[in-house]
Design a protein around this ligand. Structure first.
Ligand code: NAD
Length: 259
């Protein structure tokens, strides 16, 4: 299927590895002019070169912390008028809510709720004027089914979800869509770090924790960031203009509900 987005401009946040990178790879393959960001210059530059080489086109990069005002300004200076915005940032740390003070909550809200909202605010009006825009927020399956140790994520991402549910209905008539992709377990560094903390807390080995998670998933495997990227690219395509304000789970069927 031709996704019809060749030559469109995309800003893909937090994309030197993992799910963001999967999205950048899929969009670059479709001929999109992709700008990626991540914090470490050497890593983001290398990722851009690798993604570009695989897609046969130049991929831009900017080294910045997207959760800061300066970082967002740098990303937007590098890609001032994206047609496609993929919002992503590192997830909050796991833990027990008794240990989280106001600062911990503000950090989580900044990274996983207010940063995407700021980037949407900076880019969406121009999308409306151009009559095309696709915004995809990488959130988490925790929005549908809270994850015990990830209370900061459960809370901050639900706040973002509630906000964009309203905004998505205001802009879809201009062919601007906002949707959320909710990853279950995908094989990335983030997942491996979560296993490490679960293993430590439960007195188990990393491999025991990993195998238990695989066994518990109906697909009997973890997701591949390339699968995640393909779903993102479809949501960004010309064919997806009637999909608005949705929360789409990619979790191998792990969420047990019928709907
Ligand atoms: P990852 O650790 O593999 O990759 C994260 C990427 O974001 C890296 O490129 C990193 O450099 C970049 N990054 C992190 N913080 C940044 C910042 N402040 N500014 C700029 N770049 C930054 O993680 P991932 O697994 O791809 O996860 C992406 C998001 O999806 C996270 O918010 C994570 O919590 C969430 N998530 C992941 C899973 C999973 O199974 N992998 C499941 C649910 C939710």
């Amino acid at each position: 299927m031709d996704l019809g987005i060749e030559g469109r401009r995309a800003l893909v946040c937090a994309a030197s590895k993992g799910l963001g990178r999967g999205c950048a790879e899929a969009l670059a393959r479709e001929g999109v002019d992709v700008m990626i960001c991540a914090r470490t210059e050497t890593e983001v530059a290398r990722a851009a070169a690798e993604i570009g080489a695989a897609a046969g086109r130049r991929v831009g990069w900017v080294a910045c912390d997207i959760t800061t005002a300066e970082g967002r300004a740098a990303a937007l200076a590098a890609c001032p008028a994206p047609d496609i915005l993929v919002n992503n940032a590192g997830g909050p740390p796991p833990g027990d809510f008794h240990d989280w003070d106001r600062d911990a909550w503000i950090r989580a809200l900044d990274a996983n709720m207010l940063t995407p909202i700021e980037l949407i605010k900076a880019t969406i009006d121009a999308m409306v004027v151009r009559g095309f825009g696709r915004i995809v927020n990488i959130t988490s399956s925790a929005v549908k089914a809270p994850i015990d140790t990830l209370g900061l994520s459960n809370g901050a991402r639900s706040g973002l979800t509630g906000f964009v549910a309203g905004l998505a209905r205001k802009v879809v008539r201009h062919n601007v869509t906002i949707n959320n992709l909710l990853p279950g377990p995908f094989e990335t560094d983030r997942l491996r770090a979560n296993f490490a903390s679960l293993a430590k807390a439960g007195g188990k080995s990393l491999e025991e924790v990993r195998q238990a998670r695989i066994n518990a998933n109906p697909a009997k495997r973890f997701g591949d960031p390339a699968e995640f990227g393909a779903a993102c690219a479809y949501l960004c395509s010309v064919h997806a203009g009637y999909i608005a304000g949705q929360n789409i789970l990619l979790d191998g069927g792990a969420y047990p509900g019928t709907f």
